[in-house]
Ligand binder design. Structure first.
Ligand SMILES: [Zn+2]
Length: 190
């Protein structure tokens, strides 16, 4: 059978997909040049080309009717925010050899964990998931995060955390931990 017309295979997309305002020139017509599933099918990433200026940009579609709620200590609820998770983890990773991509992956893992507990999770559970994921990436960052997140006030708490990490803590991590312990020992009771 003979194919009619010169449509490339992906072209039918543009008949069903709404255009998005071009971030470069503000025009409201684009054509989709590529669509693919990302995040294990949880989202669709579209590469678009502005009809007006021909520059390209990317959009990502995710299901939005389902909201993952985080319940704070104050009992206030707010939607799960990946960027907050990344910001928190990034702060703990300051001056550590951790790549931005690792933080993105961490946030995705944490979100997955939270969904498995959701659609409503306590902020402590999110914090715990971040801590678990950080342990996989960097021991020092994990302990730093724990010290802020759990509100450690006692050196004992650090020691306990160190105990949790002992089985696979690197010598460098142990050194750094001792340094952080000394840094907080001023407020601790002997
Ligand atoms: Zn444009």
């Amino acid at each position: 059978m003979r194919r009619t017309g010169g449509w490339p295979r992906r072209a039918p997309d543009r008949r069903y997909v709404q255009s998005v305002r071009c971030p470069w020139c503000g025009a409201t017509e684009d054509r989709v040049v590529d669509s693919r599933e990302v995040e294990q099918g949880g989202a669709i990433r579209r590469r678009r080309e502005c009809i007006s200026c021909t520059r390209r940009f990317t959009t990502v579609e995710r299901v939005s009717q389902a909201v993952l709620w985080v319940v704070k200590r104050s009992a206030r609820r707010e939607p799960f925010d990946r960027q907050k998770v990344i910001a928190g983890a990034r702060a703990a990773c300051k001056n550590r050899p951790v790549e931005p991509e690792q933080l993105e992956a961490l946030a995705a893992t944490v979100e997955q964990t939270a969904w498995s507990l959701g659609p409503e999770v306590r902020s402590e559970e999110v914090g715990h998931a971040v801590l678990e994921a950080l342990r996989e990436i960097d021991d020092v960052a994990a302990v730093r995060f724990a010290s802020v997140y759990k509100g450690f006030e006692q050196v004992d708490d650090f020691a306990r955390e160190l105990g949790l990490l002992n089985k696979d803590a690197t010598p460098q991590a142990a050194r750094e931990l001792r340094r952080e312990e000394r840094g907080t020992s001023g407020t601790a009771t002997p």
